[in-house]
Design a protein around this ligand. Sequence first.
Ligand code: PAF
Length: 281
Amino acid sequence: MLTVRTISELQQRLAAFRAEGKSVGLVPTMGALHEGHASLVRRSVAENDVTVVSIFLNPTQFNDKGDLDRYPRTLDADCRLLAQCGDDILVFAPSVDEIYPEPDTRRFSYPPTDEVMEGAFRPGHFNGVCQIVSKLFSYTTPDRAYFGEKDYQQIAVIRRMVADLGFAVCIVPCPVVREESGLAMSSRNTLLTPEEHTLAAHIYRVLHESTLLGESVSATHDFVVNTLNAIPGLEVQYYNIVDGDTLADVSDWTDAEHVVGCITVFCGATPIRLIDHIRYK
Ligand code: PAF
């Protein structure tokens, strides 16, 4: 496993692999890696000759400076985890100045996909995600790029950007990896106290229970919101039951081929913002 810090070194290494006809997989991350990331990396290692794992805490996608300041930074531990994920891994860990020598003034707009849910509550978030992911795609020209379905909406926005900008990359969505309690693995979980961790496990429990109700969309929505809000220490920011492809709200289960519930919950005193989703059909 090799770590490179600059775009030019990354591109030189990749040019050499390409000259040998090797395929390239990209796993973009912000570090603080966990088993969820490891599952993406292992999949890329299995499907490509070379895997680039980018570790870059992208400041332009944080609309809340406190969230950026709190975000865990664990490069040494990240590299130890990646070393166990297979051979032929190239870690790209650039500085902020390397990626943004000048402020990135590009604007990306993919309504309604980037305007609802996370887009509504974190203005500018998806613009920042598109800024960094488009740069990473340009530097690495990957054959495949791997994203966790935990950030369900992010994948939908990135698909729109890929279609818009004509990147020749196959986007590979990978299933959420959960802790034993059902809590979706997230870098932010390390910020939870043990008590908050226990509390956070209710999110998936209630989402799962809601799939067994057999009620209308609006009754299912209200069940999730009311049940979670009744637990002291949890507060639902939004729960949207949407068309799994367009992310438009549905009012009836027959409105779309795939129906998904997307949730964000504030957990604990800090509070830590946790996201998750569940498939209804
Ligand atoms: O999902 C993430 O960790 C980030 O949004 C990504 C895709 C690495 C871009 O910074």
